[in-house]
Design a protein around this ligand. Structure first.
Ligand SMILES: [Zn+2]
Length: 662
């Protein structure tokens, strides 16, 4: 292939890919299989690699940029982005319609109604069909140039079929499902969760490193474009830009007169929870562009548009029952069982009531009508009781005296909010402990999950984690949904866990307040878990990073004969409870690392494991004893603390350099 042919081929492939991106991301109507698409993409990448001089910034392969930015440049909008006047109720909406009719001297107005996305407003400037600048709304006059990040959004075309100069505006948002997933990941990584999808979208767009933005499945609906002389109405403009390759919201509708607008508003007020994304209201615009011109604008808002805001997403439902759940540590949590209700895109059946005091404080009774709210949170909460709806038949909730699972004693220490089941053999706790033991950061027995653990405990095949090592294939085959092969997988994965490092075993025991990092710290000082049997608190608090409460918890755990026997039985089964004799080099011995923010090349647990293998200690909190704070993207408050204490702060790249040099 010569250069000319390569250029032709690149153009052809880019066009094809852009077309399929449009079908897939903007219209949601893909015409080819993912594998075919990937093939086109690979072909293009290969040619671009061979002819780097032909690589253009609007190539579909260039959505994720190179180096992270130091900061965003300010971008002054050519035409300011106005805000809308909020019409909060029907009366104000009718007022708006009256002003428009009087201004235009018309009896009935044609409006366009649009869903008001709760995301982040952006402007996209195209020159000769190429995306040049993408910016935030900012204060309407000045925004930030976030072109690099907006390019990662696949429904934003990098190049249009026509060589037009054009500015479009739209709202970038994060769908609910992706928001929930993102927060789950952040929770697992010990990062602060985003309060709502809007914040998550905004936070993602304001990343200096577009590689991070690219990982967040952001999307956009375009709702405005500079007009074209041939177009007469706003709706035609939307149709026009849709054909150009932009994603417009399919729920946008032309309404004839304010009565139809009212119907549209009402319809979406009750149906908004069925949407995959959050909206906070409806935007009403005069459809005719000449009429828009005639009406003009005030200093801050157009006279031809208004926003109708919905109240926060709440729902009223009935508490049918309050049941308590028993956790791994025996903690008893009251949970409201609700009459199923649609809220923020999901059916809500349960709401946590946290603890006994919380139920009392909110005055919640079984049978009560309550307002539940999902303020972007995964687990909904009960906001308050609707007292007017009480019939007198509601029942007071009392914390049970006995554990609902095992019938054992419950105990609530003075000054604590949590009530616990103190029977160590309680099956809810046994199941929880098995899952802790089998977890990825403990023994990593991947074939034992919640369903199997429950069956094993309920059928009394397993009473504690040591029993896992005497499991028989036949026992498992008898259980639901197990054939010979799947049973063998379970046996194999249990067997394969025996030589895991002894700090993992310690963590797997599920001692209260002993997380992964504390377990490794203790294990560094005790080569044999048996040495902990008669451990005293003061011996543990000598270890930097172990506080008195943790020490007490460890002492208490190992003072129990049952727990000592458990460790002995694990040892007998062949589980490694001692530190490996031939330790590798320990160049990080005595060094403490704290990680904050997201890492690029490896996951947090992997990074911590590397530190451990080299004799260092990963910790979750910063103190004067911390040697290094590794700051990834979007670092949390730990970074601030490290600065205050004068702890050495390094980047992920520097961290990797330390690992390499050891
Ligand atoms: Zn119990």
């Amino acid at each position: 292939m010569d250069k000319k042919q390569a250029k032709q081929e690149i153009d052809k492939l880019s066009k094809k890919i852009n077309h399929h991106d449009y079908l897939y991301y903007a219209l949601d109507k893909p015409e080819i299989a993912d594998a075919q698409y990937d093939k086109l993409f690979r072909q293009l990448k290969d040619i671009e690699k061979e002819f780097p001089e032909l690589l253009s910034p609007d190539s579909p392969t260039q959505r994720v940029g190179g180096q992270p930015l130091k900061s965003f440049k300010t971008y002054t909008h050519k035409k300011p982005l106005l805000s809308l006047d909020n019409a909060m109720n029907e009366e104000e909406l009718l007022d708006f319609d009256r002003r428009v009719r009087e201004g235009l001297d018309k009896a009935k107005i044609e409006y366009v109604c649009e869903l008001k996305m709760d995301g982040l407003a952006v402007a996209l400037v195209y020159e000769k069909g190429q995306l040049k600048i993408g910016s935030t709304r900012g204060d309407g006059v000045n925004g930030e140039d976030i072109t690099q990040n907006l390019k990662t959004i696949r429904s934003i075309p990098l190049k249009l079929d026509k060589e037009v100069n054009l500015e479009v505006r739209g709202e970038v948002y994060l769908p609910y499902d992706d928001f929930i997933k993102l927060n789950e990941e952040r929770e697992a990584e010990d990062e602060p969760k985003f309060a709502n999808p809007r914040n998550a979208a905004a936070g993602s767009l304001r990343q200096l490193d577009s590689k991070i933005t690219a990982k967040r499945p952001l999307d956009i609906y375009v709702y405005y474009a500079e007009t074209h002389p041939k177009l007469k109405t706003h709706f035609e403009t939307l149709e026009h830009i849709k054909k150009l390759g932009f994603k417009t919201n399919p729920n946008t509708k032309v309404c004839h007169g304010i009565e139809e607008v009212k119907k549209y508003i009402k319809h979406w007020e009750t149906n908004r929870e069925k949407l995959k994304y959050e909206i906070d209201g409806i935007v009403v615009k005069v459809n005719n562009l000449a009429d828009q011109e005639k009406l003009g604008k005030t200093a801050r808002a157009p006279r031809w548009a208004a926003a109708f805001k919905y109240p926060p997403m709440q729902a009223v439902t009935v508490i049918q029952d309050i049941k308590v759940q028993v956790g791994r540590t025996g903690a008893i949590t009251p949970v409201a069982h609700l009459k199923p209700v649609h809220l923020a895109g999901v059916t809500v059946k349960r709401a946590t009531l946290h603890n006994e005091d919380e139920v009392k404080r909110k005055g919640i009774k079984v049978g009560d009508h309550v307002i539940v709210q999902r303020a972007g949170e995964v687990i909904p909460e009960v906001v308050k009781v609707v007292k007017d709806k009480r019939t007198g038949h509601e029942k007071e909730f009392h914390m049970p005296k006995k554990c609902p699972v095992c019938g054992g004693e419950l105990y609530r220490p003075e000054g604590e909010a949590i009530t616990r089941c103190i029977n160590a053999r309680c099956s809810a706790q046994v199941i929880g402990r098995i899952l802790q033991f089998c977890g990825r950061e403990a023994m990593d027995i991947e074939h034992i999950g919640p369903a199997l653990a429950e069956q094993l405990v309920e059928k009394k095949i397993v009473k504690d984690v040591a029993d896992l090592y005497s499991l028989d294939k036949k026992d498992i085959q008898k259980l639901e949904r197990f054939a010979e092969k799947s049973a063998q997988n379970v046996i194999d994965s249990v067997r394969g866990s025996k030589d895991k490092a002894h700090d993992r075993v310690l963590f797997g025991l599920g001692i209260r307040m002993v997380g992964r990092n504390v377990a490794s710290l203790i294990a560094q000082h005790f080569d044999n878990l048996e040495d902990l049997f008669d451990i005293k608190t003061d011996k543990l608090t000598h270890i930097v990073g172990i506080g008195p409460k943790v020490a007490q918890s460890v002492e208490h755990f190992f003072a129990q004969k049952d727990n000592q026997q458990l460790v002995e039985r694990l040892k007998k089964a062949g589980v490694n409870i001692k530190a490996a004799k031939a330790k590798g080099p320990q160049p990080l011995k005595g060094k403490t690392f704290v990680f904050t923010g997201g890492l690029e090349k490896i996951t947090r647990p992997e990074a911590e494991e590397l530190v451990r293998q080299l004799g260092g200690h990963p910790s979750s909190s910063v103190s004067k004893q911390t040697d290094y704070v590794v700051a990834g993207s979007e670092p949390g408050s730990k970074l601030e603390k490290a600065r205050k204490l004068g702890v050495k702060i390094i980047s992920e790249a520097q961290f990797r350099k330390i690992l390499r040099s050891t």
